[in-house]
Write a protein of this length. Sequence first.
Length: 342
Amino acid sequence: MARPQISVLMSVYNGERYLRSAIESVLSQSFADFEFIVIDDGSTDSSHQILEEMARKDARLKLFRQENHGLVASLNRALMTAEAPYVARMDADDISHHDRFAMQHQRLESQPDIAVLGGSVRLIAETGQPLSIVRYPKSPGAAFYRQPGFNPIPHPAVMARTEILRGLGGYSPLYPQAEDYALWIKAAGMFRLANLPDIVLDYRIHPAKMSAIHARSQVISGFVARMRALGEIKDNNEVLATEELLDQIISAHPCRQRHELVFKSWLAHFLANSGRDDEADRIGSSAFHSHPPALLPEEIAFVRTCGLRLTYRNLKKMRFRTALLFALKLLRFMLTQPPALA
């Protein structure tokens, strides 16, 4: 039997609420030549029963069950199991658009220099109601180094070359909740990364999403991965990204204020998108220094965008006092901003 063109990788842990719609969006793809590798990572809800039922109906769904080992271990197991030349990621609460695999496969086949390919995503609410569209840079490689805190490759929307991901060592457990960012930044140093302008995935925002639950850990891990890639962490020890490590890096770094400002701006934006408004307001408010450090032009734009979004979000929720405070802090930041770094 000929091997499939695409191996779809999904890890499931207690995902019963949205699991059927996520799986159906994969099984109904217009490009049908794929295997669907699903790792049930020790679910205690009805996820496994749902998966068994759907696997009986479609032989492309290959189900593996294990004790709970976490997302990184599950994805690496799926990656090592994959038989196809391309792997596509999928989460248990998102929805792949009908032609996603067809578009990504065609692009990778026609441009063999691309190693990792993402695409635009549409954010949706718990109910499936569309919220907004997020478009990513078509050539995202440089963004890893120029825009800290920004992941220019959306993980659930990725299709990549299997052997390249294996050659890079797969997903690293050193960066909890930012295993994708660490892998992409590693790939960016050796290969070409790209995003389709087309919307390929509906990304569901809800309180139980892992990226919402572990927002702070995700940002810290991504921050540390970027600094390690830039050589700003000199040692070669296999150290987990923790808040203590982050504090050590920032306090010892000559660009302490700059990194802290960008980090806090991103964290506030992420928390706000996760519905954690009070935490977002607290972190965001502490981000803006009365005498801001000099930043790269991309960092200035990034901090300004985060500040504007926090202001607008508070206005929409009729939190006028908080919105006014953010607006004033943002104005002071822009008026007192030193000349941009080259």
